[in-house]
Design a protein around this ligand. Structure first.
Ligand SMILES: [Zn+2]
Length: 186
């Protein structure tokens, strides 16, 4: 049942395209700027837009993991030939490499995101409700390490009070405005 749900999601997402904000972030990276993307999304759209250096806190619809031997692999097969899919190494039952409700995040992936925030001079907080921890704690970490915070969100969020600059805009509009301002100032 779970695999039917995930096969449906993979099919849906495989027909989605990145938005202009995904593309602009990828473009900023391709121009040689140091930009790490930390996402709670599992759709892989940052990579589809051409981004490198994407930290997927909650895993990915396109990654699978074996419930027997813990092997991890990437599969972009839509639809699956075999459902449920099996591990190519041991034949065990595969599961989506996605963090499910109540499961812990991978500590190494989490640490990479902390490191990126600590070393950054700017943290963009884009289109997140900032309700799901530990990702929602990253703005506070930025505050503690003197990283300036830019919030891009049409709505106020629980971390708005930490932001140095706020764009009450969609991701596409907000990232475009912020990037124009950043280029003027740097
Ligand atoms: Zn296996």
């Amino acid at each position: 049942m779970v695999w039917e749900f995930y096969a449906w999601r993979r099919d849906l997402v495989s027909r989605c395209n990145p938005n202009q904000a995904h593309y602009l972030l990828a473009q900023i990276q391709s121009e040689g700027h140091s930009l790490t993307i930390v996402t709670q999304n599992v759709d892989g759209l940052h990579q589809k837009a051409g981004s490198q250096n994407v930290i997927e806190l909650h895993g990915s619809l396109w990654k699978l993991k074996c419930t027997r031997c813990s092997k991890k692999w990437t599969s972009t097969e839509v639809p699956f030939t075999d459902l449920p899919p099996a591990c190519p190494a041991c034949g065990g039952l595969a599961r989506p490499d996605v963090v499910w409700f109540g499961e812990a995040l991978d500590p190494q992936i989490l640490e990479r995101s902390y490191k990126a925030v600590r070393e950054a001079n700017t943290l963009l907080v884009i289109g997140t409700s900032a309700l799901v921890y530990p990702a929602a704690g990253l703005p506070q970490l930025a505050k503690d390490t003197q990283t300036s915070i830019v919030e891009i969100n049409p709505q106020e969020t629980p971390v708005s009070y930490l932001a140095d600059i706020i764009y009450r805009k969609t991701a596409t509009e907000g990232v475009r405005l912020w990037w124009r301002r950043w280029q003027e100032q740097n």
